[in-house]
Design a protein around this ligand. Structure first.
Ligand SMILES: Nc1ncnc2c1ncn2[C@@H]1O[C@H](COP(=O)(O)OP(=O)(O)OP(=O)(O)O)[C@@H](O)[C@H]1O
Ligand SMILES: [Mg+2]
Length: 374
C-alpha cells in the first residue's frame, strides 16, 4: 500500500492530504469494487478480514466466487448497473462456507466513468450494537430476579412440607402402588426445588469473586463432565490456542456457562454422528467503549462451542437469551438466560451464528486493563 501524502498550506496551517488508498485502508467497513465482468478489482483491509482472505486471492476471484449466485448482493449489483443509482439495504445475509452467515447493511454505488463498475460497502453490526443487545438480555435477566427471589421464599418452604409428608406416608403405605405414588410426589417436588435453585442464581446480586482462571482447564472439566454424562455418544474436537492468557473471571460460573452451552449443543447434535467443536482463540485489536464510562474494554478471548445439529429455530432467535424460551419438552429455557447473565457480569459478550449442521456460540471475554484490581 503506498504511503504517499501531499501537503498543502491553508493560511499558516499545513494540512496533510493522505492517499485515497490509505483512507480506504483506515475505513472500518468492508469495501469491494466489482468490475463490469463481476471480477473483484479492489478490496480494502476490512474486506480482507470480512472474507477471511488476502487481497491477492480476493482480487483474482469473481464476486460470484465469494457468494452464491442467488445472494441478494447479486440482485443489488444488477439493480445498480441497470439504474445507475445507489442502493442501500439493511440486514442482507452474506453467506459463504468459509465465513458462515453475516447480516450486514449493504450499500452499492456505481463508479462514475467506469461503466458497470460498482463499489460495495458491507457494514456489519458493530460490537457496540452487540453490547447493546447484551444489555437488553441483562434487562431480561433482571426481570426474572424479583420472581426468582419470590419463588425461593414462597415455594421452597411449602415444598419441603409436601416432601416431608410424602415421605411419612411412604413409610406407612400399604401397597406398592401407594408407595409408587408417594415416590412420584417426592421426585416431582425435587424437580421443582432444582428449578427454584436454578432461578435463584438470577437474584444473586453479590459482586463476582474473580481471579485469574485458565479457560482451558474450565473447558477440559466441562468436556469430561459432558462425556461421562449427557454427551456420551458425541465426538468432541478441541481446537485450542495454547498461548491464551488467563481469563479474569469466576471459575465455577464459567464452568456453568460452558456446561450449559455444551449441553445445548449435545441436545441439538444428531444421534449418531453428533459432533461438538470447542475452540479458543486470541483476537487482537478488539476494544470497545463501555456505555456511560470512560473505560475501554478489550474482549480478546474468544471461546466457541459449535455443533452439527439442525440449527436454532428462526422464530426464537430474537429472544434466544430471554428466560423461559425453549423448544424442548422438558426444557426450562433458563440455560441461555443464565449464560447471558454470567457473561454480562463478567463484562463479556455472547453471540451466535446458526445454520443447518453448523451452530456456533461465541463467548468473548475481557481482560481488564487494570488487571485483578478492578
Ligand atoms: N446449539 C443449539 N442448537 C439449536 N438450538 C439451540 C441450541 N442452543 C439453544 N437452542 C435453542 O434455544 C432454546 C433455549 O435454550 P436454553 O438453554 O435457554 O433452554 P433449554 O435448553 O430449552 O432448557 P434448559 O437449558 O433449561 O434445559 C432451546 O430450547 C433450543 O430451541
Ligand atoms: Mg439448555
Amino acid at each position: 500500500m503506498p504511503t504517499r501524502a501531499t501537503a498543502h498550506a491553508v493560511g499558516r496551517v499545513v494540512r496533510l492530504q493522505p492517499d485515497m488508498a490509505n483512507v480506504l485502508a483506515a475505513f472500518p467497513d468492508a469495501v469491494v469494487v466489482v468490475g463490469s465482468d463481476d471480477s473483484v478489482c479492489y478490496v480494502n483491509p476490512a474486506a480482507e478480514t470480512f472474507f477471511a482472505a488476502g487481497a491477492p486471492v480476493l482480487c483474482s476471484a469473481k464476486i460470484t466466487d465469494l457468494m452464491p449466485p442467488d445472494s441478494p448482493v447479486m440482485a443489488v449489483l444488477g439493480q445498480v448497473r441497470r439504474t445507475g443509482a445507489s442502493v442501500s439495504e439493511e440486514e442482507v445475509e452474506i453467506e459463504n462456507p468459509r465465513i458462515g452467515t453475516h447480516a450486514v447493511t449493504l450499500q452499492a454505488a456505481p463508479v462514475a466513468d467506469y461503466g458497470g463498475t460498482v463499489v460495495l460497502t458491507l457494514h456489519e453490526r458493530s460490537i457496540a450494537q452487540k453490547i447493546d443487545r447484551q444489555l437488553v438480555h441483562r434487562g431480561a435477566a433482571r426481570s426474572v430476579t424479583a420472581m426468582a427471589a419470590m419463588l425461593a421464599h414462597e415455594v421452597r418452604n411449602p415444598l419441603s412440607g409436601i416432601r416431608g409428608a410424602a415421605q411419612l406416608l411412604e413409610g406407612s403405605a400399604a401397597s406398592s402402588k401407594d408407595r409408587e405414588l408417594t415416590r412420584l410426589i417426592c421426585e416431582e417436588t425435587d424437580r421443582i426445588c432444582k428449578l427454584v435453585d436454578r432461578m435463584e442464581v438470577f437474584s444473586d446480586e453479590r459482586p463476582l469473586e474473580r481471579a485469574a482462571v485458565n479457560i482451558h482447564q474450565v473447558l477440559e472439566h466441562v468436556r469430561l463432565v459432558a462425556q461421562n454424562g449427557f454427551a456420551r455418544n458425541i465426538r468432541f474436537e478441541e481446537r485450542y490456542d495454547p498461548s491464551l492468557p488467563p481469563v479474569f473471571g469466576n471459575r465455577d460460573q464459567l464452568v456453568q456457562v460452558f456446561l450449559n452451552l455444551v449441553k445445548n449443543a449435545a441436545e441439538a447434535a444428531p444421534d449418531p454422528d453428533g459432533e461438538i467443536v470447542i475452540s479458543t482463540a486470541y483476537r487482537h485489536g478488539i476494544r470497545l467503549a463501555v456505555p456511560g464510562s470512560e473505560a475501554r474494554l478489550k474482549l480478546p478471548l474468544v471461546v466457541g462451542i459449535q455443533d452439527n445439529g439442525a440449527g436454532i429455530p428462526e422464530d426464537i432467535r430474537p429472544h434466544l437469551f430471554d428466560p423461559f424460551v425453549t423448544t424442548k419438552v422438558n426444557g426450562t429455557g433458563l440455560g441461555l438466560a443464565l449464560v447471558a447473565k454470567i457473561i454480562g457480569d463478567h463484562g463479556g459478550v455472547i453471540e451466535f451464528d446458526s445454520q443447518p449442521r453448523r451452530t456456533v456460540f461465541r463467548v468473548m471475554l475481557p481482560i481488564h486493563e487494570g488487571g485483578a484490581t478492578e
